[in-house]
Design a protein around this ligand. Sequence first.
Ligand SMILES: *[C@@H]1O[C@H](CO)[C@@H](O)[C@H](O)[C@H]1NC(C)=O
Ligand SMILES: *[C@@H]1O[C@H](CO)[C@@H](O)[C@H](O)[C@H]1NC(C)=O
Ligand SMILES: *[C@@H]1O[C@H](CO)[C@@H](O)[C@H](O)[C@H]1NC(C)=O
Ligand SMILES: *[C@@H]1O[C@H](CO)[C@@H](O)[C@H](O)[C@H]1NC(C)=O
Ligand SMILES: *[C@@H]1O[C@H](CO)[C@@H](O)[C@H](O)[C@H]1NC(C)=O
Ligand SMILES: *[C@@H]1O[C@H](CO)[C@@H](O)[C@H](O)[C@H]1NC(C)=O
Ligand SMILES: *[C@@H]1O[C@H](CO)[C@@H](O)[C@H](O)[C@H]1NC(C)=O
Ligand SMILES: *[C@@H]1O[C@H](CO)[C@@H](O)[C@H](O)[C@H]1NC(C)=O
Ligand SMILES: *[C@@H]1O[C@H](CO)[C@@H](O)[C@H](O)[C@H]1NC(C)=O
Ligand SMILES: *[C@@H]1O[C@H](CO)[C@@H](O)[C@H](O)[C@H]1NC(C)=O
Ligand SMILES: *[C@@H]1O[C@H](CO)[C@@H](O)[C@H](O)[C@H]1NC(C)=O
Length: 600
Amino acid sequence: MSATRSAPAPTSTALAVFASLLLLVGPTSAGDPYAYFDWDVSYVSAAPLGVKQQVIGVNGQFPGPIVNVSTNWNVVVNVLNDLDEPLLITWNGIQHRKNCWQDGVLGTNCPIPSGWNWTYQFQVKDQIGSFFYFPSLNFHRAAGGYGGIIVNNRDVIAVPFDKPDGDFTVFIGDWYNKDHKDLRKALDDGKSLGMPDGVLINGKGPYRYNKTLVPAGIDYETINVHPGRTYRFRVHNVGISTSLNLRIQNHNMLLVETEGSYTVQQNYTNLDIHVGQSYSFLVTMDQNASSDYYIVASARFVNESLWRRVTGVAILRYSNSRGKASGPLPDPPQDLYDKTYSMNQARSIRWNLSAGAARPNPQGSFRYASINVTQQYLLRNEPPVMINGERRATLNGISYSPPETPLRLADQYTVKGVYTLDFPTRPLKGSPKLARSVINGTYRGFMEIIFQNNDTNVQTYHMDGYAFFVVGMDYGEWTEDSRGTYNKGDGVARCTTQVFPGAWTAILVSLDNVGIWNVRAQNLDTWYLGQEVYVRVVNPEDTNKTELPIPGNALYCGLLQKYQKEQVPHHRVKSSSGIIYAEGKFVILMLFLVAIATFT
Ligand SMILES: *[C@@H]1O[C@H](CO)[C@@H](O)[C@H](O)[C@H]1NC(C)=O
Ligand SMILES: *[C@@H]1O[C@H](CO)[C@@H](O)[C@H](O)[C@H]1NC(C)=O
Ligand SMILES: *[C@@H]1O[C@H](CO)[C@@H](O)[C@H](O)[C@H]1NC(C)=O
Ligand SMILES: *[C@@H]1O[C@H](CO)[C@@H](O)[C@H](O)[C@H]1NC(C)=O
Ligand SMILES: *[C@@H]1O[C@H](CO)[C@@H](O)[C@H](O)[C@H]1NC(C)=O
Ligand SMILES: *[C@@H]1O[C@H](CO)[C@@H](O)[C@H](O)[C@H]1NC(C)=O
Ligand SMILES: *[C@@H]1O[C@H](CO)[C@@H](O)[C@H](O)[C@H]1NC(C)=O
Ligand SMILES: *[C@@H]1O[C@H](CO)[C@@H](O)[C@H](O)[C@H]1NC(C)=O
Ligand SMILES: *[C@@H]1O[C@H](CO)[C@@H](O)[C@H](O)[C@H]1NC(C)=O
Ligand SMILES: *[C@@H]1O[C@H](CO)[C@@H](O)[C@H](O)[C@H]1NC(C)=O
Ligand SMILES: *[C@@H]1O[C@H](CO)[C@@H](O)[C@H](O)[C@H]1NC(C)=O
């Protein structure tokens, strides 16, 4: 892997797509640059842990290509669904200001049918930082399909550190050798997923640091560096449900950014990165290269002796390295009996108030503590429960059951009865239920959300469309008095926060982005089982200035299916001479013939 990985150059197909799109999509911001991507999302075969399986690649790459743009750029991504199931791509941390139409979750978008393409177009308005995209439906993320998003500062805005000598995107995540359909089936059958088979780093298995634990022949990630230089590492936990501890042998990791905010710069020798979280570190190559160094991502809050295989190991190789990495891995935190270690580490992550981010004014000029809270929700999760004979996960006693018609589309066409706007501000008393209940957010209100985790493992929660302030977390039940412990000055603004078991985390969010926005567990299993809700933010004033119009290429489904025009499916069929397009009708005919052959 080289120090810089460039995003794919715009292809002529992409340009052609764009030309046709100009006629389709709504108003765009003239003057801001465009970046075009043409993606084929398909299965590719891989054996990251030595067991051959189907993973999801983007243009054949796993992880997918990096979207590398700058503040305010327009991003146009034509996605071809080359899977055998419906697909949506969501852009974790991208705020889609005024434009939830592009969010890529079931509440806002109809799934892209197998064989169809759909073109996303959005602006990374007033954002900087490190994010990632992933497929949001059908447990797809367990099979990959993810990739990095980098939003660089505009040239005119100072970054609070010197330009690094290189930029590495690093994906860490737990991994199963079963494919996503089997994992989904296990959950549908009421089972839990059990211990993962390992941890991948950039789609690759562990370096063979221990001959008993790691079989021979596994491809591992190597990051090549030069002595004395400083590199930026953008690390994302894209796994299913395991919190991971990240460390680089003998090296300090200087935390500089998390999910679009510049942090107070502090060195860590290790950092807990929970599912769905993103962090940027600067790492200086200040060692004498007596050997290569281990980069480790190990499972957290589990019995280490049972979970040893759930450890990702990559290699940091200096250009003057004198040999391979060997010996034991650097120690994880020894905090078995100290449940505050990780929470204190989380609390130590602060907003750098004097640094500018996407705009020239300092981040701290938004004084969140001086704004009055106008709405408050306490969202309490519980361990999975049985509802109508199914194992489900809940928030406030409600397990979200997605309607066939996306919520935002239902609003657009004033289709009634798709959802109810009555999500309870406190946990419901009585038996848990399935519902399509949505939070009624007040436009320009200031909402306090307290996540109370009654489950036995760490959960992370994410909100689309916004960055929120993480102002407090503690063990026990949240009470009014807990507000006294809030960080009123430099709580960091981000989009995903952890909530420790038996503890609460409080966030504040300014509801200034019109749309219907997903609030979800990032843990893929609890999300799949219904632990999510949407927040509806509507401007009561009749204006078209606070939300973009529905895009001309919107897909229709559910109660609005009648508006959908047929699309001739395109699958890219691999031939010996490379990739060719096949007309959908032909593919369907072939499938039909195969089906007949199979069933007779
Ligand atoms: C992203 O693009 C910028 C500007 O074109 C370039 O300087 C940088 O090296 C790129 N970063 C990566 C990781 O490709
Ligand atoms: C699908 O891609 C084609 C070009 O390959 C483009 O013309 C069309 O607009 C795309 N469809 C949608 C719904 O985005
Ligand atoms: C905060 O940002 C300022 C302004 O860019 C920078 O000079 C300073 O070093 C940063 N402070 C810390 C502690 O990160
Ligand atoms: C490798 O792992 C096994 C099993 O956990 C352990 O018993 C052994 O001591 C390890 N070997 C080395 C060289 O660390
Ligand atoms: C972080 O650690 C490096 C050494 O690895 C050191 O040079 C630097 O001064 C430290 N920075 C801070 C803010 O502690
Ligand atoms: C430098 O390398 C030697 C082995 O060549 C090792 O013994 C020593 O501890 C290293 N020093 C530092 C500061 O890493
Ligand atoms: C971890 O698991 C091992 C093997 O089952 C067991 O002997 C040990 O007591 C467990 N440790 C803790 C801290 O639970
Ligand atoms: C917040 O509420 C207090 C008391 O209700 C009121 O005095 C104050 O003016 C409000 N502050 C703002 C910024 O609205
Ligand atoms: C939703 O909140 C708005 C105020 O923001 C209020 O006017 C409206 O009546 C509420 N709707 C429901 C169904 O409670
Ligand atoms: C979950 O809630 C029950 C009932 O309030 C309480 O007894 C239990 O301690 C809670 N567990 C956790 C992990 O918060
Ligand atoms: C927005 O509304 C104004 C006035 O109602 C109208 O003139 C304008 O064309 C609309 N703009 C768009 C993009 O629909």
